[in-house]
Write a protein that binds this ligand. Structure first.
Ligand SMILES: *Cc1c(COP(=O)(O)O)cnc(C)c1O
Length: 378
């Protein structure tokens, strides 16, 4: 089907499947994979992407919010979905009715959720979060907190299905901090086991840890970025290379030239004075702007790829449109320009955008808004 706009995001579903299988190969058949599809599957489209990963054998899907979980649950009735973040107490009912798994890091909330589940004649599945060094959500791994977790495990309305922690620095060159986190978690699990607490799922690794670190006895990994064909850092890329594995490019941002004009010398292009034509300049207008997640800061810095050749983005990026400079290139209205693509093709990659904006790969694709149609191909 043709996209409804002349700018859109193309998603290669075969590359998504390939990347899932790369991680499968790397991790071996015993390790279960949670495909993390939060934030609209890192900009790739939550529903279509979830379908691919379910087909590929994901044991779980991971999201950040209840709304994200519910969107997926409407379409996929049975796949387990874990909310990695907080859900407000007053949303307990829809959480329980939709059979979503919730992350827990508060005894008070555990009691509330349990009561509500009992009222509905159901059980809520939960995973306990442990803070081993990220300093974000979770219980510190102390004997006192082990006793609290034991109390939570006794609540009638809950099924404590899993326990997890999260790495803060697994994509670094040296893994001393990541190792410390892992050891703290493993020691805590051993302590919990001694007091009779066991869990179906024990998990710790994100993409970087799954690529660079051993399993530490876990049986589930939570993979996001790598599935989308991008690396958390050059170190994870290098580590995968050494295993003779490579991720495939997934997401391409395209816009068509909707207007092509020669601008006389002495004119300004776009708002303000970001670009001044010192001579007659051939300019193409693209229907893509910061309202689509193509940041204003990219103006006069980014480039597009037209018929395989680089074309500079000039002037300030507007909310809905931006400009490219064409010089004497072969170009006509309707031609397609790649604004984010496979860097091997010469296109600007997520890494190039990240460098210009001072952000990371994650943000470069996640910031593409829902206004852009997603087009899927194999
Ligand atoms: C987003 C997230 C992940 C996935 O991380 P990647 O680096 O994209 O693999 C895993 N676990 C938690 C708790 C997350 O929030």
């Amino acid at each position: 089907m043709l996209p409804t706009r002349a700018s859109y995001v193309e998603i290669n579903t075969q590359a998504l499947a390939h990347n899932f299988q790369v991680m499968r190969t790397l991790l071996g058949p015993q390790m279960e994979i949670m495909a993390v599809v939060k934030a609209n599957a890192y900009g790739c489209g939550a529903l279509e992407v979830s379908r691919v990963f379910i087909e590929q054998g994901a044991a779980y899907l991971g999201v950040a919010t209840l709304d994200e979980a519910l969107e997926i649950r409407q379409e996929f009735k049975t796949i387990p979905i874990l909310i990695l973040g907080f859900t407000p107490d007053h949303m307990a009912e829809s959480l329980i009715k939709a059979n979503i798994t919730q992350t827990l890091f508060s005894q008070k909330q555990a009691c509330h959720f349990s009561d509500m589940a009992l009222k509905l004649g159901r059980k809520l599945k939960v995973h306990i979060k442990v803070d081993t060094g990220m300093s974000r959500l979770g219980y510190f791994p102390t004997p006192k907190n082990a006793r609290i977790i034991a109390k939570i495990a006794q609540l009638e309305g809950l099924e404590v299905e899993g326990i997890f922690t999260h790495h803060s620095n697994a994509d670094a060159l040296y893994h001393n901090y990541a190792q410390q986190q892992a050891v703290r978690f493993v020691d805590f699990l051993a302590h919990l086991e001694r007091v009779g607490l066991e869990f179906k799922y024990k998990h710790m690794a994100n993409s970087a840890a799954a690529i660079c670190l051993p399993s530490f006895g876990m049986n589930l990994v939570r993979i996001g970025l790598a599935l989308y064909g991008l690396h958390p850092s050059i170190y994870t890329e290098h580590a995968l290379q050494q295993r003779h594995l490579a991720l495939r490019h997934v997401l391409t941002l395209k816009a068509h030239i909707v207007s092509l004009k020669s601008i006389p010398a002495g004119r300004l292009v776009g708002y303000g004075e970001d670009y001044y034509c010192i001579k007659k300049t051939r300019v193409g207008v693209l229907p893509l702007g910061y309202g689509d997640g193509f940041s204003k800061i990219l103006g006069n810095k980014a480039w597009g790829l037209l018929h395989g050749q680089k074309v500079p983005v000039i002037g300030g990026v507007c909310m809905d449109q931006c400009f490219i400079k064409l010089d004497s290139m072969r170009a006509q209205e309707g031609d397609e320009v790649v604004l984010l693509g496979d860097p091997l093709s010469g296109a600007m990659g997520a890494g190039d955008i990240a460098k210009i904006l001072g952000i990371i790969n994650y943000e470069a694709i996640t910031m593409l808004t829902k206004r852009l149609p997603r087009v899927y191909y194999t």
